[in-house]
Design a binder for this molecule. Structure first.
Ligand code: FE
Length: 202
């Protein structure tokens, strides 16, 4: 499968390179505390970013017409909610079902649907995840605590700079009467990468 990257030699885009240079200078001059910076990044990667995706998933669970649109043209459906890629990349939504579980990886680097999930987790960028997700996805999933029945097929999607995937996890049992906001709270970042399942309501 072709794997095109906008910038094969250097995966920092110009903005990321600028940010990194700025961070280095500010740290050297003692103007910022790297630990505080890490915390800010953590907030964006685990809280702010994935909440966009969680809203998309909750809406797909609640509104069948939106789910159909998402399946047909995820870029447009997600864009209608105000979430668009910085570099204009296309989105594809892959739906988990009773028969299929989807898992997303970028085998070459760390292409990730930033508009809906924010910053990628550290493990997503690790060489181990990038190779093992393809070679032994079931073993990787079980390490994330996701055990699938043998009958369930696992599909692995390799992201590129042009096309990024959002996993739509299955709607959990016991979530029938919930509002979209309550549903969104059940959608974890990992469930939208395929490395987890949506939470079951308490
Ligand atoms: Fe990549």
């Amino acid at each position: 499968m072709p794997h095109d990257h906008a910038d094969p030699d250097n995966h920092l885009d110009p903005m990321e390179a600028r940010v990194r240079a700025l961070e280095t200078i500010l740290t050297r001059k003692g103007l910022v505390d790297p630990a505080a910076m890490d915390r800010i990044i953590e907030v964006y990667s685990e809280e702010v970013g994935p909440k966009n995706g969680a809203q998309v998933v909750a809406r797909a669970w609640a509104e069948p017409e939106f789910a159909e649109w998402l399946a047909r043209d995820a870029t447009a459906a997600i864009g209608s909610m105000g979430f668009t890629g910085r570099q204009g990349e296309h989105m594809q939504a892959v739906f988990n079902t009773d028969q299929v579980h989807n898992l997303v990886v970028c085998t070459l680097c760390s292409c990730y649907p930033g508009a809906v999930l924010g910053l990628p987790p550290v493990w997503y960028k690790s060489p181990a995840y990038r190779s093992r997700a393809v070679m032994e996805p079931r073993a990787v999933l079980s390490e994330f605590g996701v055990t699938l029945s043998r009958e369930k097929q696992v599909r692995v999607w390799d992201s590129t700079a042009e096309l990024r995937y959002l996993v739509i996890p299955q709607r959990p049992a016991g979530s029938d009467g919930l509002s979209q906001a309550e549903l969104a709270a059940l959608v974890t970042r990992d469930s939208m990468i395929g490395a987890g399942l949506a939470q079951v309501p308490a």
